[in-house]
Design a protein around this ligand. Structure first.
Ligand code: HEM
Length: 126
């Protein structure tokens, strides 16, 4: 049980780091900073996202839950994919600064939705 709690904390820390580092990279992108081209800046998000997912899957396995039977877990998986796609539009794929800004705001909204689903265990929050 203690190990489960430790994995859950690791999961939440990775989630917090993921969104904070996303915001920082967006600021660097706006400033045209060369930081975005640094090797570690490009690698760290993949490492953190891998740990985030691995810890999620460990908890899913240990708690005997099946993502698409437990709709809130399925919703988290889908929303995570949407968050990743919006994040890549915000940081590189968006053609105009307006579309990047829009994708940035949408990614933050989707992230907030994931946290709300995690805490309430409900897909529809209202
Ligand atoms: C950006 C993506 C994610 C964020 C921000 C996030 C956030 C969180 C948070 C805040 C908690 C703690 C909830 C609480 O106990 O109050 C949590 C727990 C959990 N998350 Fe995630 N999560 C994400 C992705 C995922 C994914 C993709 C899955 C499933 C495949 C998942 C599965 C779980 C599970 C199983 C728990 C433990 C629930 C429990 O036993 O209390 N998470 N997550």
């Amino acid at each position: 049980m203690q190990t489960y709690q430790a994995i859950k904390h690791l999961h939440m820390s990775c989630a917090a780091f993921s969104v904070s580092f996303f915001i920082l990279r967006f600021i660097w992108m706006l400033r045209g900073s060369s930081m975005l081209q640094q090797r570690w800046v490009r690698i760290v998000p993949h490492v953190v996202d891998t740990i985030l997912l691995a810890s999620a899957l460990t908890m899913v396995y240990w708690s005997g839950q099946i993502p698409f039977q437990q709709t809130w877990l399925g919703a988290k998986v889908v929303a995570l994919l949407v968050y990743i796609v919006l994040g890549s539009i915000a940081l590189k794929r968006g053609k105009t600064s307006q579309s990047r800004a829009l994708a940035f705001v949408a990614a933050l909204l989707v992230f907030s939705y994931i946290v709300a689903v995690a805490m309430s265990r409900q897909v529809l929050l209202f």
